[in-house]
Design a protein. Structure first.
Length: 94
């Protein structure tokens, strides 16, 4: 690959100009839309949602652990008899 050193300053200047223009547009947009004003009324509360998700995940994990424990007990006691048709159907779907 060959680099033309004469074009590098033009490319850097062009990129810097675009970045400055983008920043100016973002500042103008924020000022005109009232961004940063505390009285805008917009609010996001993720902590409540995150708490509910965490509780649900813990409940599901607990249920899975209980199911695995029950299957282990059944297997060790010789009571675990899987349904071959159900297993074959699940394997065919996968």
């Amino acid at each position: 690959m060959r680099v033309n050193e004469n074009s590098i300053p033009d490319q850097v200047s062009s990129t810097a100009g675009r970045a400055a223009e983008s920043q100016r547009i973002q500042i103008d947009t924020a000022a005109s839309s009232g961004a940063g004003v505390a009285a805008s009324g917009d609010r996001v509360d993720l902590s409540g949602l995150a708490g509910r998700i965490s509780q649900t995940m813990q409940m599901l994990s607990s249920q899975s652990a209980q199911r695995v424990s029950q299957l282990q007990r059944d297997f060790r006691a010789g009571r675990y008899q899987p349904d071959a048709r159900q297993i074959a159907g699940a394997m065919a779907k996968a």
